[in-house]
Ligand binder design. Structure first.
Ligand SMILES: NC(=O)c1ccc[n+]([C@@H]2O[C@H](COP(=O)([O-])OP(=O)(O)OC[C@H]3O[C@@H](n4cnc5c(N)ncnc54)[C@H](OP(=O)(O)O)[C@@H]3O)[C@@H](O)[C@H]2O)c1
Length: 320
């Protein structure tokens, strides 16, 4: 099969379209004939080995010292099942599916465990749209729930126009919250169309200086801090940094021991139940993936260069 193989850490030109062995599913796995994948913010950080200095050595030990140990990037997939392991009971040949599995999705075939984050594709969306659901959707759902999202709350989403942000705006509205979305002015209409009640242009207004108070402040881009966010938090609010700063870790440990404002952080998992939940919302017309651009498989370097700008809206899809 053809796959995009990463030859080293670095700029997008370390990615090459190559012939590699087609994977065979294990007993508990299905094999997906891929139609679409995406370039996520995580993919470009893994490609460039963009990790905080304090994690440099442990990350290299895990990921590969001089070059990536797992050289095929890609975490989101959409396609049809073309082979099943002998113990598989949840899926069958020909099922149209989508999901998330770390590494290996920049390929014509991808094997995943049937108990992983894989779900039947809702008929309401095509494969390209389906590939753009899991990364942002699962992350936003996980952290909003972890922060105790509830109807009637007021939620601030900082960095609302990316994959996680566009998902968080829609899910917070779904859970009955009032949503304030912070993004550049160019993305205001998009965020209003997703349900945001208030949109703040971060270039014109400092969202931490207003009189509004929020029950949850989610920062998807690492541009706020707990210290700044506290100015607009209630006494028992939750601060959710998706890009953890060293200071956030100290605040998280301290706030876990005390009452009052808390820092809610960590990593989101690959939950099949959560993916089924998102698929149900899509089928009911209550959630839609935001797709920015489409690229061909052989345009992967251009797709990475675009995501490297840090300005994509929702997901960037690669058609295989
Ligand atoms: N902890 C976890 O488990 C977990 C899981 C998934 C993702 N993450 C992390 O979450 C982060 C967000 O991921 P993502 O995929 O949503 O990113 P993304 O799609 O690449 O985010 C792009 C968006 O960021 C916005 N942005 C850039 N600079 C900004 C600024 N100064 N202020 C406000 N918005 C700004 C841009 O909006 P404008 O063009 O409007 O500026 C753009 O729409 C990543 O760092 C990722 O690693 C963490």
């Amino acid at each position: 099969m053809q796959a995009i193989v990463q030859s080293a850490y670095g700029s997008p030109d370390v990615l090459h379209l190559m012939e590699v062995a087609t994977p065979e599913p294990a007993d508990n796995e299905v094999r997906i004939k891929m139609v679409a994948t995406t370039v996520t913010s995580a993919d470009v950080r893994l490609r460039a080995f963009d990790v905080p200095a304090m994690f440099w050595l442990p990350a290299r030990l895990v990921m590969g010292i001089t070059r990536p140990r797992k050289p095929i990037l890609g975490v989101e997939f959409a396609g049809t099942i073309d082979a099943v392991g002998k113990d598989v009971t949840r899926f069958k040949l020909g099922d149209a599916v989508f999901g998330q599995h770390v590494y290996g999705c920049y390929a014509q075939y991808k094997c995943v465990p049937e108990t992983g984050a894989i779900a039947l594709k809702p008929a309401a969306i095509d494969f390209a749209e389906a590939a753009g659901v899991p990364f942002g959707g699962l992350t936003a759902l996980h952290f909003l729930r972890k922060a105790g999202i509830a109807a009637g709350q007021s939620v601030l989403i900082y960095g609302a126009s990316g994959a996680v942000g566009t998902a968080a705006v829609q899910l917070a509205k779904h859970f009955g919250a009032t949503v304030t979305a912070v993004a550049s002015a160019a993305n205001g209409d998009l965020l209003r169309s997703l349900g945001a009640d208030v949109v703040i242009d971060y270039a014109a207004t400092d969202c931490t200086q207003g009189s509004a108070r929020y029950d949850i402040v989610m920062d998807t881009v690492g541009k706020l801090s707990f210290a700044r966010a506290r100015a607009v938090m209630q006494p028992v609010s939750r601060y959710v940094p998706l890009v953890m700063q060293p200071a956030d870790i100290a605040h998280m440990l301290r706030s876990a021991l005390t009452g009052g404002q808390k820092v809610v952080a960590g990593t989101s998992g690959d939950s099949q139940a959560d993916l089924d939940y998102l698929a149900g919302l899509i089928a009911a017309g209550q959630y839609r993936p935001v797709i920015d651009r489409h690229y061909r498989f052989d345009e992967i370097q251009a797709a990475h260069a675009y995501v490297d700008t840090g300005r994509k809206k929702g997901a960037v899809v690669v058609l295989i």
